[in-house]
Design a protein around this ligand. Structure first.
Ligand SMILES: [Mg+2]
Length: 296
């Protein structure tokens, strides 16, 4: 069985609502919430061997590797258009696909935009946090929006743009994201204030969510978790793993089938539902290589 020097973990209790994980993320200065519920949130711990997953993978008739893109396979950049795969990842993905592992993506980006960035063809992509589905054939379907949600999102984006922050906006089907990673401190504070002002006025069918480097308003009912549930339904025989870095990926970790492997890819660990923590890019490449070895 392949070796992997990642940080294995005992899965934390699956019964905690995702909001608890959001609340319990340590603050930027490292301070932890004194909320009692956070006592039940475990950081990943290095006690569970991965051997069994590799054994099951070797025996599996179908294998499905589901990937987030930004922050997981591609490092964050000040300009989102500059985000490209970590060196050495593209050939590993191509090898995996050639070997028969099915690869799918679940991303916050629009599905078509991600498809253009990938070195792979014939992959399924859930875009805009599950609001879009691009089949392996390239056919795109979108979850219909209510008129109220569509109008609110449009007007929220216009308001942010009117404050001079068009560059921070990402308008997607069913979502508007505000990225403040490349703003200075003053810009970040102004955008955060605008986001919290807008959050007070949200209609019921939309929700506001923080992510790494910004804030997002999006239609309820679809998220990375519903995307994973759909992939599981489409590929019921497949043994699957999901790799992600962000808070929105916690929905995906929680939605994996019992025998699935949830992997947090991130420079630093944090409270998470993931089973395994990998520090990119070395451990990420090692994981993909180990998958190829196990599936031979
Ligand atoms: Mg990400």
């Amino acid at each position: 069985m392949p070796r992997l020097s990642g940080h294995n973990a005992t899965p934390p209790p699956q019964s905690l609502p995702i909001d608890v994980y959001r609340r319990c993320i340590p603050a930027m200065d490292g301070t932890r919430s004194d909320d009692r519920a956070c006592d039940d949130v475990k950081l990943l711990n290095p006690t569970r061997p991965l051997e069994r997953f590799w054994e099951r993978l070797a025996a599996a008739r179908e294998r499905l590797l589901i990937l987030d893109y930004d922050g997981t396979l591609a490092p964050f950049t000040a300009h989102r258009d500059d985000a490209t795969l970590y060196p050495g990842v593209a050939p590993l993905l191509l090898d995996l696909q050639r070997q028969g592992t099915r690869i799918a993506f679940v991303t916050g980006r629009p599905a078509e935009e991600l498809a253009r960035r990938l070195p792979l063809s014939a992959v399924e992509i859930f875009g805009a946090h599950g609001q879009e589905y691009r089949a392996a054939s390239g056919t795109l379907t979108r979850t219909p929006l209510t008129l109220q949600a569509g109008t609110w999102l449009h007007e929220a984006a216009e308001r942010i743009a009117a404050h001079g922050f068009e560059r921070a906006l990402e308008r997607k089907h069913g979502t508007v994201a505000i990225h403040w990673r490349r703003e200075d401190q003053d810009g970040q504070a102004r955008l955060a204030a605008l986001a919290s002002e807008l959050a007070q006025e949200l209609p019921g069918d939309l929700q506001g969510l923080a992510f790494d480097g910004g804030y997002e308003f999006r239609a309820r009912g679809r998220d990375k978790g519903t995307a994973i549930a759909e992939l599981s339904a489409r590929h019921p025989q497949a043994l699957m793993a999901y790799l992600g870095d962000d808070l929105t990926d916690e929905d995906a970790f929680a939605a994996l089938p019992q025998d699935g492997l949830a992997v947090l890819v991130r420079a630093e660990p944090r409270p998470s539902r993931a089973h395994l923590w990998l520090r990119p890019p070395d451990e990420l490449r090692e994981f993909l290589g180990a998958w190829i070895t196990a599936a031979q």
